[in-house]
Design a protein. Structure first.
Length: 271
């Protein structure tokens, strides 16, 4: 059995199937970990969602910012953006089933020496604490009154974590760290405007702020950063939708698999 972590798919269904063929993925034996952003910007979000959903327990996906954007669009709380490309999902006969499945995915997951999250983790959080915080968001998204949370989920404040946070502010910080963050200060104050690789003054990449000695964190979200593999980090967003590659990492031996992508958005964009 092998476990493959796969970077941001973003509706690039054909490339995903080509990558799985190149890896030699066998559903009866192997598992897939998706770093989030299954949808948007690429041409076939509906096909991606239907395929990953039907894989059942063979696929684990954590939520990304584009996945949450689809959920809020479906629920009528977030304005449409000009570069959204998930109308195929919104107009599908099974849209409700797919969105309900998507919103009950995890915020993060940890197993063995790996932890997977879409964007990153704040420096104050241990992996175990982050798992617990992620479950708070998961509970809010799966609750009968989940629409109330979705309506209050967006915003960039507070920009820092405090154990004393509660209510929507508490959940919003967790969501922002796990699905939006690229840079933060060493004490965990987040910055959401910079999308390249050069940090704003006073900020550093989130992974550089974290203490040593924890699990290797598998993530996506940061296509400008590209592929970055260290003992403590496996960043797998290699910009498929921008004309880069779709990447997968076999976690047991860190074998890397990639397929080139033609690009469905202008090069230089950001997820």
């Amino acid at each position: 059995m092998a476990t493959y972590a796969i970077g941001d798919v973003q509706g690039c269904y054909d490339e995903l199937r080509e990558l799985l063929d190149r890896m030699g993925f066998e559903r009866a034996r192997d598992r897939l970990w998706f770093v989030g952003d299954l949808v948007n910007r690429g041409p076939k979000s509906l096909d991606v969602l239907r395929y990953v959903r039907q894989l059942g327990e063979r696929a684990l996906t954590v939520l990304g910012n584009h996945d949450l954007h689809l959920i809020t669009q479906h629920e009528g709380f977030e304005r449409r953006r000009k570069d959204d490309t998930f109308d195929d999902v919104l107009n599908a006969r099974d849209a409700r089933e797919l969105v309900d499945w998507l919103r009950t995915r995890r915020m993060m997951h940890a197993e063995g020496r790996y932890a997977i999250v879409h964007a990153g983790l704040l420096p104050q959080w241990s992996v175990q604490q982050a798992l617990s915080l992620g479950r708070e968001v998961e509970s809010a998204l799966s609750a009968p009154n989940y629409r109330e949370f979705v309506a209050n989920m967006y915003g960039s404040t507070p920009s820092a974590w405090s154990d004393g946070l509660n209510g929507w502010d508490r959940l919003r910080v967790i969501v922002n760290a796990m699905t939006r963050m690229r840079f933060c200060t060493r004490d965990g104050r987040m910055e959401f405007q910079a999308k390249g690789v050069d940090p704003p003054p006073g900020y550093i990449p989130w992974y550089a702020a974290r203490p040593a000695g924890e699990e290797t964190i598998v993530c996506g979200h940061w296509s400008a950063l590209g592929l970055k593999l260290t003992d403590r980090l496996a960043a797998l967003d290699t910009g498929c939708v921008w004309g880069g590659k779709l990447s997968a990492l076999r976690l047991e031996d860190r074998a890397l698999y990639q397929v080139p992508c033609p690009g469905y958005q202008a090069a230089g964009g950001e997820g």
